[in-house]
Design a protein around this ligand. Structure first.
Ligand SMILES: [Zn+2]
Length: 168
């Protein structure tokens, strides 16, 4: 599994931002698959980062999150993107494509809900009194108890109060 696949979504995005902000300094290739670099972080001293493309689990960084653990942190990702800018570009395109897809899905379901509302309103408009009464009784009968009680509160009790007042 590649370095990027082992990182979580937040580390990927933060790593991308670090790459964009040029927080990676002093890159030094060790061999074909290992690269060393220092990455400016929250501490005054930059972190020492080593990434191993061939064996991502051998990567390390002395930040509090990754030190002594087999975790792919944002500093490693930042270094990786700095060494392979094309990967950073591909990653960013994927993020944008994903967000556009999410927007599209959200818009589509809003449109479907809106159409349904319109159909419902048009249908109620065309129902006669008897149909409306039957539908109401059925809804109250089949619906949850709170709905039934709410209807009693809102209409039945209130109607009785008004009548009592009127006939007093
Ligand atoms: Zn780190």
């Amino acid at each position: 599994m590649g370095l990027m696949n082992m990182a979580n979504g937040a580390s990927l995005w933060r790593g991308y931002e670090y790459y964009q902000d040029k927080k990676v300094q002093a890159i030094e290739p060790i061999n074909e698959s290992q690269f060393r670099g220092s990455v400016a972080g929250s501490q005054a001293q930059p972190y020492d980062v080593l990434i191993d493309i061939e064996h991502p689990r051998k990567s390390h960084c002395n930040c509090p999150l990754a030190d002594g653990r087999r975790i792919i942190c944002k500093h490693m990702i930042a270094l990786y993107f700095t060494v392979f800018p094309q990967e950073a570009e591909n990653y960013y395109k994927e993020v944008i494509a994903y967000e556009e897809e999410q927007d599209r899905i959200r818009l589509e379901s809003e449109q479907i809900a809106q159409e349904q509302d319109n159909r419902l309103a048009a249908c109620i408009e065309r129902m006669n009194k008897q149909e409306l009464q039957e539908a109401l009784v059925r809804l109250l009968d089949e619906g949850p108890e709170w709905q039934y009680n709410r209807f009693i509160d809102m209409y039945v009790d209130r109607k009785r109060e008004i009548e009592e007042e009127y006939f007093d």
